[in-house]
Design a protein around this ligand. Sequence first.
Ligand code: DSN
Length: 431
Amino acid sequence: MYEAELKEILDLVKRHNMWRRNECINLIASENVTSPLLDVVYLSDAMHRYAEGLPFKRFYQGTRYVDELEVRVSKIFAELFDAKYSDVRPISGTIANATIFACLARSGDEAAVLPLPGGAHVSHSKYGILGRLGIKPVELPIIPEDMMVDVDAAVKLIRERSPRMIVLGASVVIFPHPVKEISEAAREAGARLVYDAAHVLGLIAGRAYPNPLEDGADAITTSTHKTFPGPQGGAIITNSDEIYEKASKIVFPVFVSNHHLHRLAALGVASLEMRAFGRGYADQILKNSRRLAEELHARGFKVLGEKWGFTRTHQVLLDVRGDGGGARCARALEEANIIVNKNILPWDGPSDIENPSGIRIGVQEVTRIGMKEDDMSEVAELIYRVVKKREEPSEVRRQVIEFRRNFTKIHYTFDVDVRSVAEEIGSLILG
Ligand code: DSN
């Protein structure tokens, strides 16, 4: 008797797909959608298989094509960042961070990191893998209203503390971090500099954001599915022979056994898409985020970073303390099919976590489905009607669904007959 339960599962999948894929304006800054071409490649037999260790030196038989793929994809991916090496086996950004932190620091060492309310990812903090590895976080000072690193104070702190490692890059980020300045201080202090590029990787690939390796970072850690529209996963990118070799011996056997092999070809497709279309895509993301910020500001929203033009990433940050707080706003927007997340901002304390000051918005996914600057004006108006005018969200929802109907295609991908590709490669999408 499986029918009823199977139906329930299928029904939930269907409802999720219809809702998030067709009826929502998705503005979660850490997500994206993959192209149909990537999807047919992703659903391959490789998803059933195992490989441990490095290509051509595996602990399993049956990996000859997967080995080739891993070598080729790692090369194409590294080349996008003008880097010598990439290791694409970490299965998430957090695993990439875990690997590099374990590679560059030891239990008892200090690491200079951004504070969580300053945008750091939880894995950089005492609550996440950094803390679990026994590495002690020392917080870098920030300028609260722009979420910028306070360069002079940060350099002073690095000189005084001589931490083993410094981590820049963040989950909440509207302006580039000062990698050049901090890398000089890091060198003087004998510290290694890691840049977590999970959020801005696609912007870096599209040459619309500074490349941390060129500015002096020793390694990039990243996920591969935010502004970079790849399959969910992680990676490490570096020019250092020493870091690459040491980290590759930590990925396996410490943090990854099998590395989910169907990701490899999918990451290869995303890398080729970004090589071909990355500049146009990244450029449009920045135009859209800037325009959305301006439109929201014009409608009375408190948008962070006003002094510097609001944003130079895919993100727009709103301080919604005057509108009932982040939790209320995010819930009301969800009712209207506008999906964002509540977010702590620099002035929030532990008691604000449930209803923090902020809303974090990312435009990378709506850009991928073809939205341009003028569409941002429409999106801003819909947000305004829910948050400021407090219109009934279900009323706004109808217009969101109607507006969303104009965007049915994934852009910045190759013009190929995906069904033929699926047939040719035996994609599991066709059964
Ligand atoms: N927590 C994710 C984000 O939303 O930024 C990154 O892992």
